[in-house]
Design a protein around this ligand. Sequence first.
Ligand code: SF4
Length: 195
Amino acid sequence: MMTIAYQIGSGLYLNLTNRCTNNCEFCVRRDKSGLEGHELWLDREPDFTEVIKAIGDPTKYAEVVFVGFGEPLTRIELVKQVAQWLKDQQMPVRINTNGQANLIHGRNVLPELEGLVDTISISLNATSAEEYDRLCHSVYGEEAYTALLDFTKEAKKYIPNVILSIVDYGGVDITRAKDIASELGVKLRVREYIE
Ligand code: SF4
């Protein structure tokens, strides 16, 4: 059975798509079909009604997070629709993203998220375009890294809390990553690599 919404701690996580423009070497999708006992590989993409039904009463949770087994912003129209429904109920909303949405959609999508999203966590994953390409294999090649840095800068204009995250994997230079986050004026979250 496919899982659209699942709880971790006090948060509810939403899984909208399998599609992703990366194929990261550390991605859990490479050798698993789920996480923490939840089957996350979707047979098909859910629509608004199915997502709302899967959420149930959002006020039972501390926040609702768009994550998934793929890149949630590939489905930006659905993200906006569900986020608006959550905001109508004063729910805190977070998106975890690879930061490539402006490349995916060919426009700056960040103004569209203003007022709908409280926190955006953008995966930095590397400290140079070459390293990003080596670890993440984006369909956009090295351009993806510059795009995600630009996305981070732009996000600060529209979203109150902008975070960069990095997986401690492949000899990545965490000190340099901290400097990059600091230069961009955002926080860095270092995530442990889980085999
Ligand atoms: S960006 Fe995220 S979902 Fe996409 S391949 Fe990388 S780790 Fe997996």
